[in-house]
Design a binder for this molecule. Structure first.
Ligand SMILES: Cc1cc2nc3c(=O)[nH]c(=O)nc-3n(C[C@H](O)[C@H](O)[C@H](O)COP(=O)(O)O)c2cc1C
Length: 356
């Protein structure tokens, strides 16, 4: 299948593995790229302890890029989070320098203003994809000179935009507003999602949660099992980014304009909701968790995703979890989606032939 996205990125299938901090390492990204999709190395991935050291963060990324290249010579991406201020900005700057030094072919830039890094990444020869959660954001990215945008809907796992627009509504609106190719992200997990995204005007899909439940993903088995156990109602989107919580101001949140993050409702979250009388936001969750000893080098995210402690912590994942029932290899998954997409499209063609 050829689309402007497969042509732009030099990949066989229009399937991009989304960045997921800590759990989208060289092994996962290489497996996706080797299978004909585009793998993306995510922030801090490949490690099980945090570092606050900017230089070390850059060297960790370099190691992951080189490891990926030792496994496959196919194109791949690195996710650079914009990081508007403070330590976030320093991490972002250093990772971009390393990405340029290592001649990374594709940058997936997220969580911020497309004007900040696009020119520099393009001048370094990278293809630049910007993750956008509204039409306005996508137009700004196009103006800034990116090669493609992800239309990222609120069904998706992890952080989504300020406005909580669904993928089904966002994708065609973005596709109608920009000339560059659009990739649909948030809620895509199988061949039907891929074909639907194409029907909505996208030329590729950006899948995160579905790739957690793959053999190559380094997430703890408890995390994969939590996804397999999900029904359609198992996730919720909570308000995130109160400027009063340290660091969150760095993403440009204000009290009036806050982001959201989609998580699985596990027993820990249920317990907090019961205490708070139902609805909760990020600030309600944090004080209810026993923070790991700072000396341990483990953050709550690591405790959940890498060490599998879902009794005391919680995990981000998308609504598509309710659709995921197995843990295939990346190759099996990608070939299944591509193969079944042909059948879905054949079925649609047959129906129209009968009607006319
Ligand atoms: C566990 C998890 C971690 C994530 N981490 C990042 C990240 O580091 N950077 C980023 O831009 N997006 C991150 N995201 C969002 C994904 O890149 C992507 O937009 C989302 O997973 C797509 O929706 P889906 O989960 O329905 O496939 C994360 C999502 C999840 C589920």
């Amino acid at each position: 299948m050829k689309t402007r996205i497969t042509e732009l990125l030099g990949i066989r299938y229009p399937i991009i593995q989304a960045s997921m901090a800590w759990i989208t390492d060289a092994g996962l990204a290489a497996a996706v790229s080797a299978a004909g999709g585009l793998g993306t190395i995510g922030p801090n991935s490949g490690y099980s302890k945090i570092t606050r050291d900017v230089k070390e963060t850059g060297e960790r990324l370099r190691e992951q890029i080189r490891k990926l290249r030792s496994i496959t010579d196919r194109p791949f991406a690195v996710n650079f989070v914009v990081g508007a201020a403070g330590l976030d900005k320093e991490f972002s700057e250093r990772c971009i320098e390393v990405g340029i030094e290592e001649r990374v072919p594709v940058a997936v830039v997220s969580q911020g203003n497309p004007r900040v890094h696009t020119r520099r990444l393009k001048e370094a020869g990278m293809k630049v994809i910007h993750v956008c959660a509204s039409v306005d954001h996508a137009k700004k990215a196009e103006e800034a000179g990116v090669d493609a945008v992800v239309a990222s809907g609120t069904e998706g796992g992890g952080h989504s935009g300020f406005d909580q627009i669904t993928t089904f509504c966002l994708t065609p609106q973005v596709a109608g507003a920009v000339k560059i190719p659009v990739i649909s992200g948030g809620g895509v997990g199988d061949s039907r999602g891929l074909v639907a995204a194409l029907a909505l005007g996208a030329e590729g899909v950006y899948m995160g949660t579905r790739f957690i439940a793959t053999r190559e993903c380094p997430a703890h088995p408890n995390v994969k099992q939590a996804i397999l156990d999900c029904a359609d109602t198992c996730t919720m989107s909570i308000r995130h980014g109160s400027p009063s919580v340290s660091n969150s101001g760095n993403r440009g949140f204000t009290e009036a304009r806050r982001g959201s993050v989609r998580i699985i409702i596990n027993d820990k979250i249920r317990e907090i909701m019961a205490k708070k009388g139902g609805k909760i936001s990020w600030e309600d969750i944090l004080p209810e968790m026993v923070m790991p000893d700072p000396e341990s080098g483990i953050s709550p995210t690591l405790a959940a995703f890498i060490y599998g402690d879902l009794d005391n912590y919680f995990m981000a994942a998308g609504q598509v979890s309710g659709l995921i029932r197995d843990v295939p290899s990346c190759r099996e998954l990608i070939e299944r989606i591509a193969g079944e997409a042909d059948q879905v499209m054949d079925r649609l063609n047959l129906k129209f032939e009968r009607e006319h």
